[in-house]
Write a protein that binds this ligand. Structure first.
Ligand SMILES: [Zn+2]
Length: 111
């Protein structure tokens, strides 16, 4: 046996050892992320809740910006004004409702 083969043998052993460790670590990360294999019950591990938070944030993505229902108005509607724009926030609610219904009817027809 030469020194070269000895070193190669050692390197192979080391790399397989590290691979095994990496695999173990990867599996642990996945398990803890999924909350599977966790020995503790109750609250999910931090990784899992973080993942859930990310997924939840994605799901909660807001749709297209809502516009003020007043015809011809291109301003974005704001919830603080009752989903009309700041310019039309003083319009009577009944009027806004009519505009809203008209807009909805138009949208449905367009489909
Ligand atoms: Zn408006």
């Amino acid at each position: 046996m030469t020194i070269r083969t000895l070193i190669e043998d050692f390197a192979n052993k080391l790399s397989s050892l590290m691979e095994g460790q990496a695999l173990d670590r990867a599996r642990n990360a996945v398990e803890s992320a999924l909350g599977v294999g966790a020995r503790r019950r109750g609250r999910p591990p931090k990784a899992a809740s973080a993942a859930i938070a990310v997924i939840g944030r994605k799901k909660r993505k807001k749709g297209p910006k809502q516009l003020c229902p007043v015809p011809g108005c291109k301003n974005p509607a704001a919830p603080v004004f009752g989903m009309v724009c700041s310019k039309h926030k003083d319009l009577p609610k009944a009027q806004i409702k009519k505009y809203r219904e008209a807009r909805r009817a138009k949208k449905l027809k367009a489909k």
